[in-house]
Design a protein around this ligand. Sequence first.
Ligand code: AGP
Length: 604
Amino acid sequence: MCGIVGYVGRDNAMPILVEGLHRLEYRGYDSAGIAIHRAGGLAIYKAKGKVREMEARLPARLKGTVGIGHTRWATHGEPSDANAHPHTDTCERIAVVHNGIIENAGALRAKLVADGVKLTSETDTELLAHLIAREQGTSLVDNVRAVLRQVSGAYGIAVLETDHPHELVVERNGSPVVLGIADNAFFAASDVAALVRHTQQVVYLDDGEIARLTKDGYEVTTLDAVRSDKTPSTIELLDTEFDKENFAHFMLKEIHEQPDAVARTLRGRLDPRFSSARLGGLNIEAKDLLRFKRIKILGCGSAYIAGVLGAKMIERLARVPCDAEPAAEFRYRNPIIEQETLYFAVSQSGETFDTLAAVEEIQRKGGTVLGVVNSVGSTIARTCHGGVYLHAGPEVAVVSTKTFLCTLTVFALIGLYLGRMKDVSPSAGKRLLTALEALPEQMLEVLGREDEFAAVGRKYARYDHAYFIGRNEGYAVAMEGALKLKEVSYIHAEAYPASELKHGPLALVTPETPTIAIVPNDDLVEKNMATIEEIKARHGPVLAIAQGELPVEVEDLIVVPETHELLTPILMLLPLQLIAYHAALARECDVDQPRNLAKSVTVE
Ligand code: AGP
């Protein structure tokens, strides 16, 4: 949830840490800080607010080649200068930055306070600094190990100690930590975004691994002091992919990247010879895939909603019962894991705590789970038996757009792949393949009408409440449309199956509560028209997203091109993303970093 970064090398650490924090800011942005070894001890700067607020407090120059940094999403203690990281012990001999939650913080705090330790923050992290300072081991690694044996919870930490000014110690348990390997310089970070400018060579730490970094090298061991041999892997990301280029916001850039992103998701995966799809990474033989009698998709937030749509696609194509469930709900209901059920875990970051825990729960009970993931080398991707990468490229805006549509594209491919093993005819397969090939071009055409959607966004920005309705796939599109508007513009938006409206929510329909109706050209058009009539009868404004003129007049109508019925949601979501974006602009919201949110939720 937070972002941690560390550097040890020959260059001045300050600019490297600050640039790294800017790259990690989408992980949490309510306070930030750095600590750097310099002559005479640790230089620590931290501040409530964005990284730039902390940056304003930094001296012009600060000599020091070893340091750590942090950007925060508050779990313990409100955003403040005192609760900002790094945290130190009373003598400022130890500095710690931390991503995660210490679950037994209460007991540790009580012990320290009982021993007369004066705490200066409300955080769980500060406890680690005091505990490490009290250890008498011969090395910083030993002291960190000794403390972490007393700690339960999820954490990725980086630690400095004044007695060892040439080294940096990092540890991972549940929260991601990746090392960056360069010539005489070593980095540590919560994700590769902070490293990619300096190196393509990375080492992913696994749970329970601790690394000691100096300018001459790194060593990875376990909490039991057993050496871990790690092989660096090469990341295929370019530094420029993390820049906004000429776009005002990452969200807008990523919306406009979608045609290319979907084209990358499709690359090498269309199989015209068999009117099917090619999915090389599933790591399951076709004959074994056919033994699964049911499919369940898990994820959180938009990833869960992509699963809801994906389940409908797979069920329609492969005629296998398929549904989706929020990962946290699934893992805490002591789920019955059936051998004949195939599970998919959806996560763009590949680090979402509840989705990872659901994967581990399935594996613990002997089930088969595949990943649909964007971040290559992420924990969920490395933990699943196999899966499909989105290849959407890095997504920096907290609000997911391109990874959502690429996930839907992957589910269309999975549905086709399974369907062509069963009852889907070659001609039906060909029809979907043709539509998939045409999709990026059609998306480009729709995105070319941004001004039209921007005007609607500005118009609807004046409302504080809104309904989204639809039926079947239309309802799942409504769920994602409502989430986008909520997340980025703070308009209270709710999605409902259109059929449910008259069973309660209709009570809130007024001229001040517009309804966004998702009306694909399917066999439920008339039913949707009836619902729209019921809303209009109560003077509720209606904005319809449709695939042609409607027999009923509405306040605003947006028409998207026809395509294969399973791909219609992809074209219908483009205007909804841009309406949310422009409504947020009109409401002067922080589009890329909405309040209270973060890009990768690595805590429960
Ligand atoms: C979507 O816009 C949000 N950022 C959020 O709901 C997100 O989808 C959720 O946190 C899951 O993230 P993941 O795909 O990285 O697992």
